[in-house]
Ligand binder design. Structure first.
Ligand code: CMX
Length: 440
């Protein structure tokens, strides 16, 4: 069965569960809110629903119930590769089912049709100053496509229907997911390769095609597949996923929603941390190891200098995780299993930082989680393969994150989630309730 048909069946079967929860159990309490949470970024408040992925603080992410190794193991692999295609992962994220090879082929064929980017997108990106950050270019490129949104067209058609609205989100979401690597490759070539553009190769899957379009080697095809899958989703509360969900909840179409999500991903406490990690590591080499080899002592000194100057150690810490991020571990394993990369000086340095940084953060005593997150390990792989323009790294994150965000809002519409509108209170109210020991 084709992906959209399978999804239609799944959404229709699922709807009664959501309806029953609201109708019969709507008043059942699942959480309480403290003043800490109110001022401290809504940490840990259970008030979002998604079945696409779940983040356990100790275990890390599960996509549709599967850990990262289980996901890689279960999905059909790209030809000649140990890694699955991004297309098979997209099917899995949307439906929760492991696709058959024939179903993957169908998605690949569909993406080929969808991946044609309108030429006005290129004109729009080219009109930006060439020294704009590539995340600005990506966000603008995605937003430019809004004018052809099928969801927006449906809304304006006068025939809007809540039960079928998700189908138009699905159409936009699939177009966006199919096109975003093409847009990203265009930006890369525009900014760093003198606008030397390479046409997509219709015989290649998404990851392989991205590698081809940025002029990368054979091995990089797996890097792209792994990278896009690992960065896809981290349940709903992170800034990029939550922003996308929030903006779409106003029935803004997927282009508006994901452009906004990308703007959140571009923050240094979120997706930009991967560029910050590379920047920190190279500056460390330059400043502390000019004429000597890096040592744990020198790294410790540099980490303390960073903390004492009021900055965060990029790539470490997490709002939910309380152990080493399995996305970090997965990329580390890729490095250890790749001859050349495992002996690369920068990888060795990143590995040495891993031995030291958790201890330094623990000694400082502020971070609730001293362990590395996804961003601590991702840049070194790109660097090794010659992708050394590290301000581009968050764009790679953005290509992957599109998968999760688009799968989520397709289901948001399928289940008819409401416009998001939490209630705010004033400081005086908090002070009054604090005195009284709780809200009266
Ligand atoms: N370096 C220094 N201080 C850190 C820290 C780090 N890596 N991680 C947390 N802290 C500090 C916080 O800044 C906070 O300090 P204040 O009390 O002075 O405000 C304190 O420790 C408590 O923070 P927390 O509850 O442990 O962490 P948060 O949930 O507030 O923040 C995160 C989470 C990721 C923003 C934070 O750990 C951080 O800034 N890390 C570095 C940036 C980074 O790697 N971001 C990428 C995260 C993954 C992603 O989204 O891509």
């Amino acid at each position: 069965m084709a992906l959209k048909e399978t999804l239609k069946q799944k959404i229709e079967e699922f709807r009664p569960r959501t309806t029953r929860l609201v109708k019969e159990f709507g008043k059942v309490k699942i959480d309480e809110v403290t003043i800490d949470q109110c001022i401290g970024g809504a940490r840990d408040i259970r008030c979002l629903v998604t079945d696409i992925s779940y983040l356990d603080p100790q275990e890390g992410i599960r996509f549709r119930g599967k850990t990262i190794p289980e996901t890689f193991e279960a999905l059909p692999k790209a030809p000649g590769s140990k890694y699955p295609t991004v297309e098979s992962f997209w099917y899995f994220l949307l439906t929760g089912d492991v696709p058959t090879p024939a179903q993957v082929d169908e998605v690949c064929a569909e993406f080929k049709k969808r991946q044609v980017v309108p030429s006005y997108v290129w004109d729009t990106i080219r009109a930006l100053p060439r020294d704009s950050h590539p995340m600005v270019m990506l966000s603008v490129g995605i937003l430019a496509m809004q004018k052809d949104s099928k969801f927006c067209g449906f809304y304006n058609s006068g025939k809007f229907n809540k039960m079928t609205a998700w189908e138009y989100v699905y159409e936009d979401a699939s177009d966006l997911v199919a096109r975003i690597p093409i847009v990203a490759a265009f930006i890369y070539n525009l900014k760093y390769r003198g606008d030397f553009q390479i046409a997509p190769d219709p015989s290649l899957d998404m990851g392989a095609n991205f590698a081809h379009m940025i002029g990368q080697c054979e091995e990089y095809k797996d890097v792209a597949r792994m990278y896009f899958i690992l960065h896809s989703d981290h349940e709903s509360g992170n800034v990029s996923a939550h922003t996308t969900h929030l903006v779409h909840s106003a029935l803004s179409d997927p282009y508006y929603a994901y452009s906004a999500g990308l703007n959140g991903l571009a923050g240094p406490l979120h997706g930009l941390a991967n560029q910050e990690v590379l920047d920190w590591t190279l500056k460390f080499q330059e400043k502390y190891c000019k004429d000597k080899e890096p040592t744990k002592e020198l790294i410790t000194q540099a980490l303390w200098d960073t903390l004492n100057s009021g900055q965060v150690i990029p790539g470490y810490g997490h709002a939910v995780l309380r152990k080493t991020d399995p996305r970090y571990t997965s990329q580390r394993e890729f490095c250890l299993n790749t001859p050349g990369l495992k002996d690369d000086p920068l990888f060795k340095l990143v590995a040495m930082i891993f031995e030291v940084a958790p201890g330094v953060l623990t000694e400082q005593g502020k971070a609730k989680n001293p362990w590395p997150n996804v961003d601590a390990q991702s840049g070194v792989i790109q660097w090794y393969y010659g992708l050394r323009e590290w301000d581009f790294y968050t764009v790679l994150f953005g290509v992957g994150r599109a998968l999760g965000c688009m799968a989520n809002i397709t289901w948001d519409r399928g289940l008819g989630y409401a416009i998001e509108r939490p209630k705010s209170v004033t400081t005086a109210m908090l002070e009054k309730w604090a005195e009284a020991g709780g809200r009266q």
